[in-house]
Design a protein around this ligand. Structure first.
Ligand SMILES: [Zn+2]
Length: 475
């Protein structure tokens, strides 16, 4: 992902170690930055919550760590942090730093007490932090999505300051919106409106998530509008006096949404010429990152990223074709193609799905990215020109990313889902994701190994088959 982000990290933890009884739900921390949002598992050690410091910093820049006789040294851009195994006193950004409980070093991974993380990140990133300790939600640089509610006789509109992608679930009398990756904030509160449809609206936060619970007097359903910035809550059609026109039905996040059939989530398609004519063919564009003069990351002395992405794109193309899905390539040779041209090619070809491909020598497994269109909190100039072609598609893109992640897990390939403002994802007017392949183990060369690439390609191709209906409903 050398184009816009440099990510260097050791393996991400996916299981929590040391627990004999499986927890009902893993504890997690969500971090919301202006340009990236993600969740990390929280580990308990000696009755305290700990977090892996390298993984917490990784989405913000180049980070690496080394260990020498129990002393753990981390480098992040031009700053450092050092801690000693089982000691409380360390150093962060050149200053003495005391931890509330001892530093934990396990398999060369450095864990710091969760309570110290907001201050460490503030020092390392030079940004202000706002930590909601009870719910483990950490907001950096003023990242926040606020909302207002607008109650009417025929329903309720929740208007957000940035596009959101909650998981929506319903049960009789209740509609619940769960926000994991969106920095939705409000003071925890319950509103009891005088309304024929809605009896209460409650905002709460817990375990790295925010939740908005709407208690209804009639069955309710949610409709996304304004590119994900508005969620309209209306009576389910059987109850509606003036039923809205039928719209294609889809679940919010296909792999995880437990939505009873009685209360579908509907997303009206944009009124384009395409919806009046025959549906275009389902074509996936594979965008092998870098090429020509742009070699991408040097993965090892002999392995350049541009070659790995092209080899993988070709493998994925044949895997898609084996699954009956047409695929085109933004480049099929070692040539330089500007990012803007890649986006223009995608739009001209009226593709259904755009998949940008990258590789890295750092970390393990696969990272699945979707665009982050949180322009309200982006730093001007950091990623210019800011383009929002992806706005109308980001919900479907995130749903597809979740399907890819689920298919990878089925094949026991570790993966992480992230949102970041990546080029050219934010310029693509179609469902768009980016895949970054990291080694399968200690051997960096595995990113280019046939068997490993084949397993990843098979997972992605299967995800396109599973996600196709959802993508086509939006076109
Ligand atoms: Zn790259």
């Amino acid at each position: 992902m050398a184009l816009v982000l440099v990510l260097l990290a050791s393996a991400r933890p996916f299981q929590r170690a040391g627990d004999s009884a499986p927890p009902i739900e893993e504890k997690q921390l969500s971090i919301y930055g202006p340009r990236v949002s993600y969740s990390l598992p929280v580990s308990e050690r000696n009755g305290q919550d700990y977090i892996a410091l390298l993984e917490a910093l990784e989405p913000f820049g180049s980070v690496s760590a080394s260990v020498d006789r129990g002393k753990w040294k981390l480098r992040f851009d031009n700053l450092g942090a050092e801690f000693q195994r089982n000691a409380r006193l360390g150093k962060v950004a050149g200053k003495k730093f005391g931890l509330p409980s001892p530093f934990v070093l396990e398999n060369n991974r450095g864990l710091v007490p969760l309570r110290a993380l907001p201050e460490i990140l503030a020092l390392m990133l030079g940004t202000k932090t706002d930590y909601h300790e009870a719910s483990r939600r950490l907001f950096l640089g003023g990242a926040a999505t606020r909302f207002t509610t607008d109650l009417r006789e025929d329903g309720l509109s929740v208007k957000f300051s940035s596009p959101v992608n909650p998981l929506i679930s319903t049960e009789p009398g209740k509609l619940k919106m769960t926000f994991t990756r969106d920095p939705v904030v409000s003071s925890p509160s319950t509103l009891r409106p005088e309304n024929p449809l809605v009896s209460s609206i409650t905002f709460s936060e817990d375990n790295g998530r925010a939740e908005l619970l709407v208690q209804g007097k009639v069955p309710l359903l949610a409709q996304f509008a304004a590119g994900g910035k508005t969620i309209d809550i209306v009576p389910a059609p059987s109850q509606a006096r003036n039923a809205p026109p039928a719209a294609p039905q889809e679940t919010a996040t296909a792999t995880t949404a437990a939505t009873p059939a009685t209360a579908p989530i509907t997303v009206p398609p944009p009124p384009t010429l395409q919806s009046l004519t025959a549906k275009p063919q389902f074509v996936v564009m594979l965008d092998a990152g870098h090429g020509g003069d742009d070699r991408g990351a040097l993965l090892s002395e002999t392995l350049e990223e541009k070659g790995v992405t092209l080899a993988f794109a070709r493998r994925l193309r044949s895997e898609l074709q084996n699954h009956g899905i047409s695929a085109v390539m933004s480049r099929d040779a070692d040539v330089s193609v500007p990012v803007e041209q890649r986006a223009a090619m995608a739009d001209a070809a009226r593709i259904a799905v755009f998949i940008s491909l990258h590789a890295t020598s750092q970390g393990r497994g696969v990272r699945v990215y979707t665009a982050m269109l949180n322009s309200a909190t982006s730093k001007p100039g950091a990623f210019v020109p800011w383009d929002t072609a992806q706005t109308g598609h980001v919900l479907t893109s995130r749903a597809l990313a979740s399907i890819v992640k689920a298919e990878l897990s089925q094949r026991e390939i570790p993966s992480t889902e992230l949102s970041a403002p990546l080029k050219p994802l934010n310029n693509i007017a179609a469902t768009a994701i980016a895949i970054e392949i990291a080694p399968s183990g200690a051997d960096v060369g595995s990113v280019n190994a046939t068997v490993y690439q084949q397993r990843i390609a098979a997972a992605i191709a299967e995800a396109m088959v599973v996600g196709r209906t959802r993508v086509e409903a939006e076109r």
